[in-house]
Design a protein around this ligand. Structure first.
Ligand code: TA6
Length: 310
Protein backbone atom coordinates (compact mmCIF):
# COMPACT_ATOMS: atom_id res chain seq x y z
CA UNK A 1 0.00 0.00 0.00
CA UNK A 2 1.11 3.61 -0.60
CA UNK A 3 0.16 6.71 1.39
CA UNK A 4 0.61 10.45 0.82
CA UNK A 5 0.95 12.89 3.70
CA UNK A 6 -0.09 16.52 3.15
CA UNK A 7 0.44 18.77 6.17
CA UNK A 8 -1.28 21.76 4.57
CA UNK A 9 -3.55 20.62 1.72
CA UNK A 10 -5.19 23.21 -0.48
CA UNK A 11 -8.28 23.40 -2.57
CA UNK A 12 -7.27 24.81 -5.95
CA UNK A 13 -9.65 27.38 -7.36
CA UNK A 14 -8.88 27.99 -11.02
CA UNK A 15 -10.11 31.37 -12.22
CA UNK A 16 -10.17 32.00 -15.96
CA UNK A 17 -10.31 35.48 -17.53
CA UNK A 18 -9.49 36.79 -21.00
CA UNK A 19 -7.15 39.36 -19.49
CA UNK A 20 -6.50 41.28 -16.27
CA UNK A 21 -6.64 45.06 -16.45
CA UNK A 22 -5.21 47.11 -13.62
CA UNK A 23 -7.79 49.14 -11.64
CA UNK A 24 -10.60 47.49 -13.55
CA UNK A 25 -13.55 45.30 -12.57
CA UNK A 26 -12.26 42.17 -14.32
CA UNK A 27 -15.10 39.73 -14.98
CA UNK A 28 -14.33 36.06 -14.33
CA UNK A 29 -15.25 33.90 -17.33
CA UNK A 30 -15.05 30.53 -15.64
CA UNK A 31 -14.18 29.01 -12.25
CA UNK A 32 -13.17 25.41 -11.53
CA UNK A 33 -12.15 23.53 -8.39
CA UNK A 34 -9.31 21.02 -8.46
CA UNK A 35 -7.22 19.00 -6.05
CA UNK A 36 -4.43 21.13 -4.63
CA UNK A 37 -1.77 20.65 -2.00
CA UNK A 38 1.23 18.69 -3.14
CA UNK A 39 0.71 15.36 -1.38
CA UNK A 40 -2.97 15.22 -2.32
CA UNK A 41 -1.86 16.03 -5.88
CA UNK A 42 0.37 12.95 -5.80
CA UNK A 43 -2.55 10.85 -4.58
CA UNK A 44 -4.57 12.13 -7.53
CA UNK A 45 -1.85 11.15 -10.02
CA UNK A 46 -1.39 7.68 -8.50
CA UNK A 47 -5.13 7.10 -8.66
CA UNK A 48 -5.33 8.31 -12.29
CA UNK A 49 -2.56 5.83 -13.11
CA UNK A 50 -4.54 3.05 -11.45
CA UNK A 51 -2.69 2.78 -8.14
CA UNK A 52 -4.99 2.71 -5.12
CA UNK A 53 -3.60 4.84 -2.30
CA UNK A 54 -4.37 6.54 1.00
CA UNK A 55 -4.35 10.32 1.42
CA UNK A 56 -3.68 11.57 4.92
CA UNK A 57 -2.66 14.78 6.64
CA UNK A 58 -4.66 17.69 8.03
CA UNK A 59 -8.05 18.71 6.63
CA UNK A 60 -11.11 20.69 7.64
CA UNK A 61 -13.88 23.18 6.94
CA UNK A 62 -15.82 23.88 3.77
CA UNK A 63 -12.80 23.93 1.46
CA UNK A 64 -11.61 20.72 3.08
CA UNK A 65 -14.93 19.00 2.42
CA UNK A 66 -14.84 20.01 -1.27
CA UNK A 67 -11.24 18.75 -1.52
CA UNK A 68 -12.16 15.48 0.19
CA UNK A 69 -15.08 14.98 -2.21
CA UNK A 70 -12.69 15.44 -5.17
CA UNK A 71 -10.36 12.82 -3.65
CA UNK A 72 -13.24 10.41 -3.06
CA UNK A 73 -14.32 10.83 -6.70
CA UNK A 74 -10.89 9.40 -7.61
CA UNK A 75 -11.45 6.46 -5.26
CA UNK A 76 -8.69 7.70 -2.92
CA UNK A 77 -9.03 6.45 0.66
CA UNK A 78 -9.03 9.52 2.91
CA UNK A 79 -7.55 9.10 6.42
CA UNK A 80 -7.17 12.73 7.53
CA UNK A 81 -6.95 14.34 10.96
CA UNK A 82 -9.69 17.00 11.37
CA UNK A 83 -8.53 19.62 13.89
CA UNK A 84 -11.28 21.63 15.62
CA UNK A 85 -12.19 24.95 13.95
CA UNK A 86 -9.67 24.29 11.18
CA UNK A 87 -10.30 25.46 7.60
CA UNK A 88 -8.32 24.04 4.71
CA UNK A 89 -6.71 26.81 2.67
CA UNK A 90 -7.38 27.73 -0.96
CA UNK A 91 -4.88 28.32 -3.76
CA UNK A 92 -6.11 30.70 -6.45
CA UNK A 93 -4.75 29.95 -9.89
CA UNK A 94 -5.49 32.87 -12.21
CA UNK A 95 -5.38 32.07 -15.93
CA UNK A 96 -5.11 35.15 -18.21
CA UNK A 97 -6.00 33.49 -21.53
CA UNK A 98 -5.22 36.28 -24.02
CA UNK A 99 -1.65 36.61 -22.76
CA UNK A 100 -1.17 32.90 -21.90
CA UNK A 101 -0.24 33.98 -18.36
CA UNK A 102 -1.03 32.19 -15.11
CA UNK A 103 -0.45 33.17 -11.49
CA UNK A 104 -0.89 31.26 -8.25
CA UNK A 105 -1.94 32.95 -5.00
CA UNK A 106 -1.78 30.49 -2.10
CA UNK A 107 -3.20 31.11 1.39
CA UNK A 108 -0.98 30.41 4.40
CA UNK A 109 -3.28 27.94 6.15
CA UNK A 110 -4.74 27.71 9.64
CA UNK A 111 -2.73 26.81 12.74
CA UNK A 112 -3.05 23.19 13.86
CA UNK A 113 -3.47 22.42 17.58
CA UNK A 114 -1.03 20.27 19.57
CA UNK A 115 -3.56 17.43 20.08
CA UNK A 116 -4.06 17.09 16.32
CA UNK A 117 -0.28 17.00 15.81
CA UNK A 118 -0.08 14.08 18.25
CA UNK A 119 -2.98 12.32 16.51
CA UNK A 120 -1.21 12.71 13.17
CA UNK A 121 1.94 11.13 14.56
CA UNK A 122 -0.03 8.14 15.80
CA UNK A 123 -1.77 7.80 12.44
CA UNK A 124 1.53 7.91 10.51
CA UNK A 125 3.07 5.40 12.92
CA UNK A 126 0.15 3.02 12.30
CA UNK A 127 0.04 3.54 8.52
CA UNK A 128 3.80 3.15 8.09
CA UNK A 129 3.58 -0.44 9.37
CA UNK A 130 1.37 -1.39 6.41
CA UNK A 131 2.69 0.90 3.64
CA UNK A 132 5.66 0.15 1.39
CA UNK A 133 5.83 3.79 0.21
CA UNK A 134 5.03 7.00 2.08
CA UNK A 135 5.13 10.39 0.33
CA UNK A 136 5.56 13.63 2.30
CA UNK A 137 4.88 16.58 0.06
CA UNK A 138 4.01 20.27 0.25
CA UNK A 139 3.86 23.18 2.63
CA UNK A 140 3.34 22.84 6.37
CA UNK A 141 0.63 24.68 8.28
CA UNK A 142 1.52 26.70 11.38
CA UNK A 143 1.63 24.63 14.57
CA UNK A 144 4.06 21.97 13.34
CA UNK A 145 7.71 22.13 14.38
CA UNK A 146 10.25 22.85 11.61
CA UNK A 147 11.60 19.28 12.00
CA UNK A 148 8.19 17.66 11.44
CA UNK A 149 9.19 16.04 8.14
CA UNK A 150 12.41 14.72 9.68
CA UNK A 151 10.52 13.11 12.55
CA UNK A 152 7.83 11.59 10.30
CA UNK A 153 10.42 10.29 7.80
CA UNK A 154 12.50 8.71 10.57
CA UNK A 155 9.33 7.10 11.96
CA UNK A 156 8.36 5.67 8.56
CA UNK A 157 11.94 4.57 7.76
CA UNK A 158 12.04 2.65 11.06
CA UNK A 159 9.02 0.69 9.81
CA UNK A 160 10.82 -0.16 6.55
CA UNK A 161 8.70 2.23 4.54
CA UNK A 162 10.35 3.87 1.49
CA UNK A 163 9.96 7.62 2.04
CA UNK A 164 9.70 10.42 -0.50
CA UNK A 165 9.99 14.15 0.28
CA UNK A 166 9.01 17.25 -1.71
CA UNK A 167 9.30 20.32 0.52
CA UNK A 168 10.98 23.70 0.65
CA UNK A 169 12.93 26.03 2.94
CA UNK A 170 13.75 24.95 6.47
CA UNK A 171 11.20 22.10 6.33
CA UNK A 172 13.23 20.61 3.47
CA UNK A 173 16.61 21.25 5.09
CA UNK A 174 15.43 19.54 8.29
CA UNK A 175 13.54 16.85 6.34
CA UNK A 176 16.68 15.77 4.45
CA UNK A 177 18.25 14.91 7.83
CA UNK A 178 15.65 12.16 8.12
CA UNK A 179 17.29 10.51 5.08
CA UNK A 180 14.25 10.00 2.82
CA UNK A 181 14.68 7.48 -0.01
CA UNK A 182 14.04 10.19 -2.63
CA UNK A 183 13.80 13.99 -2.75
CA UNK A 184 12.51 16.12 -5.64
CA UNK A 185 13.81 19.66 -5.19
CA UNK A 186 13.44 22.37 -7.82
CA UNK A 187 16.20 24.92 -8.36
CA UNK A 188 15.08 27.15 -5.49
CA UNK A 189 14.80 24.16 -3.17
CA UNK A 190 18.22 22.65 -4.03
CA UNK A 191 19.56 26.17 -3.38
CA UNK A 192 17.92 26.03 0.08
CA UNK A 193 19.86 22.82 0.79
CA UNK A 194 23.17 24.04 -0.68
CA UNK A 195 22.88 27.48 0.93
CA UNK A 196 23.33 29.37 -2.35
CA UNK A 197 22.09 29.24 -5.98
CA UNK A 198 24.24 26.73 -7.88
CA UNK A 199 26.29 28.24 -10.72
CA UNK A 200 25.66 25.40 -13.18
CA UNK A 201 24.57 21.79 -13.62
CA UNK A 202 28.01 20.49 -12.55
CA UNK A 203 27.61 22.18 -9.18
CA UNK A 204 24.12 20.68 -8.77
CA UNK A 205 25.53 17.24 -9.63
CA UNK A 206 28.29 17.71 -7.03
CA UNK A 207 25.86 18.55 -4.21
CA UNK A 208 23.35 15.90 -5.29
CA UNK A 209 26.14 13.31 -5.04
CA UNK A 210 26.95 14.61 -1.55
CA UNK A 211 23.29 13.94 -0.64
CA UNK A 212 23.61 10.40 -2.02
CA UNK A 213 26.70 9.87 0.15
CA UNK A 214 24.68 11.21 3.12
CA UNK A 215 22.10 8.43 2.62
CA UNK A 216 19.47 9.62 0.16
CA UNK A 217 18.99 7.14 -2.72
CA UNK A 218 17.55 9.36 -5.46
CA UNK A 219 17.88 13.11 -5.95
CA UNK A 220 15.58 14.31 -8.76
CA UNK A 221 16.15 18.02 -9.43
CA UNK A 222 13.46 19.61 -11.61
CA UNK A 223 14.69 22.40 -13.90
CA UNK A 224 11.37 23.89 -15.11
CA UNK A 225 11.20 23.84 -18.93
CA UNK A 226 14.79 22.52 -19.03
CA UNK A 227 13.66 19.14 -17.76
CA UNK A 228 15.36 17.46 -14.83
CA UNK A 229 18.57 16.02 -13.44
CA UNK A 230 18.45 12.57 -11.83
CA UNK A 231 21.26 11.49 -9.50
CA UNK A 232 21.62 8.14 -7.74
CA UNK A 233 24.57 6.07 -6.51
CA UNK A 234 24.90 4.25 -9.85
CA UNK A 235 23.83 6.76 -12.47
CA UNK A 236 23.47 10.47 -13.24
CA UNK A 237 21.49 11.75 -16.21
CA UNK A 238 19.63 14.76 -17.60
CA UNK A 239 16.17 14.40 -19.04
CA UNK A 240 14.93 16.84 -21.70
CA UNK A 241 11.16 17.34 -22.09
CA UNK A 242 9.19 17.36 -25.34
CA UNK A 243 8.40 20.67 -27.01
CA UNK A 244 4.79 21.51 -26.10
CA UNK A 245 2.44 24.52 -25.86
CA UNK A 246 2.12 25.08 -22.13
CA UNK A 247 -1.22 26.37 -20.77
CA UNK A 248 -0.88 25.89 -17.00
CA UNK A 249 2.33 24.60 -15.36
CA UNK A 250 0.83 24.61 -11.85
CA UNK A 251 0.90 21.01 -10.65
CA UNK A 252 3.57 19.82 -13.11
CA UNK A 253 6.10 19.18 -10.34
CA UNK A 254 3.58 17.12 -8.37
CA UNK A 255 2.55 15.14 -11.43
CA UNK A 256 6.24 14.49 -12.21
CA UNK A 257 6.78 13.36 -8.62
CA UNK A 258 3.66 11.17 -8.48
CA UNK A 259 4.20 9.47 -11.84
CA UNK A 260 7.88 8.71 -11.12
CA UNK A 261 6.84 7.18 -7.79
CA UNK A 262 4.19 5.13 -9.61
CA UNK A 263 6.88 3.64 -11.84
CA UNK A 264 9.32 3.06 -8.95
CA UNK A 265 6.53 1.32 -7.04
CA UNK A 266 6.33 -1.07 -10.00
CA UNK A 267 10.11 -1.61 -9.97
CA UNK A 268 10.90 0.40 -13.09
CA UNK A 269 14.51 1.46 -13.62
CA UNK A 270 15.30 5.14 -13.11
CA UNK A 271 15.55 5.97 -16.82
CA UNK A 272 12.06 4.52 -17.54
CA UNK A 273 10.52 6.01 -14.41
CA UNK A 274 11.70 9.57 -15.04
CA UNK A 275 11.14 9.51 -18.82
CA UNK A 276 7.54 8.50 -18.10
CA UNK A 277 7.24 11.21 -15.43
CA UNK A 278 8.55 13.83 -17.86
CA UNK A 279 5.98 12.90 -20.50
CA UNK A 280 3.11 12.91 -17.98
CA UNK A 281 4.26 16.29 -16.63
CA UNK A 282 4.35 17.70 -20.18
CA UNK A 283 0.77 16.54 -20.73
CA UNK A 284 -0.28 18.22 -17.46
CA UNK A 285 1.29 21.53 -18.68
CA UNK A 286 -1.06 21.34 -21.68
CA UNK A 287 -4.07 21.00 -19.35
CA UNK A 288 -5.91 23.90 -17.72
CA UNK A 289 -6.50 21.95 -14.50
CA UNK A 290 -3.77 21.63 -11.87
CA UNK A 291 -4.01 17.85 -11.38
CA UNK A 292 -5.16 16.54 -14.76
CA UNK A 293 -3.24 14.98 -17.66
CA UNK A 294 -4.04 12.81 -20.70
CA UNK A 295 -2.29 9.44 -20.48
CA UNK A 296 -2.62 8.77 -24.23
CA UNK A 297 -1.19 12.21 -25.04
CA UNK A 298 1.64 11.53 -22.57
CA UNK A 299 2.48 8.14 -24.10
CA UNK A 300 2.69 9.80 -27.53
CA UNK A 301 5.06 12.43 -26.10
CA UNK A 302 7.28 9.74 -24.55
CA UNK A 303 9.28 9.28 -27.78
CA UNK A 304 10.20 12.98 -27.72
CA UNK A 305 11.70 12.76 -24.22
CA UNK A 306 15.50 12.47 -24.43
CA UNK A 307 18.06 11.26 -21.87
CA UNK A 308 21.72 12.29 -21.62
CA UNK A 309 23.99 10.39 -19.20
CA UNK A 310 26.58 12.47 -17.37
O1 TA6 B 1 2.36 22.37 -6.90
C1 TA6 B 1 1.09 22.90 -7.18
C2 TA6 B 1 0.34 23.09 -5.87
O2 TA6 B 1 0.08 21.85 -5.24
C3 TA6 B 1 -0.94 23.85 -6.12
O3 TA6 B 1 -1.96 22.99 -6.48
C4 TA6 B 1 -1.17 24.60 -4.81
O4 TA6 B 1 -2.04 23.87 -4.00
C5 TA6 B 1 0.25 24.75 -4.24
O5 TA6 B 1 1.10 23.87 -5.00
C6 TA6 B 1 0.43 24.37 -2.80
O6 TA6 B 1 1.84 24.51 -2.57
P1 TA6 B 1 2.46 24.48 -1.09
O7 TA6 B 1 3.95 24.42 -1.32
O8 TA6 B 1 2.00 25.74 -0.42
O9 TA6 B 1 1.93 23.24 -0.42
Amino acid sequence: MIATVTLNPALDKIIILDQIKNCDNNKIKEEKFDIGGKGTHVSSVLSDLGLKNIATGILGGHAGSILESLLHKKDIECRFIYPPNYETRTSYIIIEKNKNNHFMLTEKGDKVDAKSVDELFELIRKLSTSCEFMIFSGGVCPGFDVNIYRKLIELANENNCKTFLDASGDYLIEGVKGKPFMIKPNIEEISDIIGHKPKNIDEIVFYAKELIKYGISIVAVTLDSNGSLIVSENETFRIYPPKIKSINTVGCGDVFFGSSIFKLYHNSNLREAFKFATAISASKAMNLMTSEFDINEALKLLDEVTVEYI
